[in-house]
Design a protein around this ligand. Structure first.
Ligand code: ADP
Ligand code: MG
Length: 231
């Protein structure tokens, strides 16, 4: 089976004053292509740290991270930026849209780093907005859209460059339950019908239920649900 994400012996620490706080301890993770994986765990357990490493937003102190066949941990900042634009789509809890730009312009942003023509970019943007059900909202600005619609725009932006992996950090954390379920249903559809590989961080067991597999971040290591210490 082809593997999209392979993390080996990954160590990450932060400095808090003079103190060295190790967040991930020699962590191993494989995500097969086409999987929808939920990462759970209490606040502060290192979920965002792990996701940022997986998406090439940050680098480990040691260990290897291979995504879609490329060693991400060995790249320079410049290489990493270009690599991210092609291979990773990010979805954040607070959408992170540009407020002054239309939905379409927000979705187009990742394509500005590619060699696509203006007409090709327009076609990709239309397609991505249609996939998330917002084909008729292309000219709206973020504040003219509901929270759920803004998150759909963010998902379209994450999809538009056809990345190897979608990483979603608490994508429904700021939404009411029904809207959250709609967004989770969309992610599930992207996984099932379009074969997108998705890694989603959530502390909500109901949200995690939409994924195909669940792992818990527990004391800087990954364990299955049954092994997670009681919180
Ligand atoms: P989670 O997403 O599971 O809530 P994080 O990965 O954000 O956890 O954080 C894990 C731990 O690392 C926490 O103790 C947090 O305070 C610490 N941490 C995260 N980012 C930084 C940073 N940039 N500098 C120092 N400490 C950090
Ligand atoms: Mg977090």
């Amino acid at each position: 089976m082809s593997v999209t994400v392979q993390m080996r012996q990954v160590v990450k620490h932060y400095k808090r004053g003079a103190e060295r706080v190790e967040v991930l301890h020699q962590l191993d993770l494989d995500v097969p292509a086409g999987e929808f994986l939920a990462l759970m765990g209490p606040s502060g357990s290192g979920k965002t740290t792990l996701l940022n490493l997986m998406g090439g937003l940050d680098r480990p102190d040691s260990g290897q991270i291979t995504i879609a066949g490329e060693r991400v941990d060995a790249m320079t900042d410049r290489q990493l930026t270009r690599w991210r634009a092609r291979h990773v789509g990010f979805v954040f809890q607070l959408y992170n849209l540009m407020p002054k730009m239309s939905a379409a312009a927000n979705v187009e942003l990742p394509l500005m780093l590619t060699s696509l023509s203006r007409a090709q970019r327009k076609a990709h943007v239309e397609n991505a907005l249609n996939i998330v059900g917002l084909g008729d909202r292309a000219r709206h600005r973020p504040l003219e859209l509901s929270g759920g619609q803004q998150q759909r725009v963010a998902i379209a932006r994450a999809l538009v460059a056809d990345p190897s992996i979608l990483v979603c950090d608490e994508p429904t954390g700021d939404l009411d339950r029904q809207t959250a379920f709609d967004i989770l249903g969309l992610l599930k559809l992207l996984n099932r019908d379009l074969g997108k590989t998705i890694v989603m961080v959530t502390h909500d067991p109901l949200a995690a239920g939409f994924a195909g597999r669940r792992l818990h971040v527990d004391k800087g290591l990954l364990v299955t649900g049954a092994e997670a210490s009681l919180q």
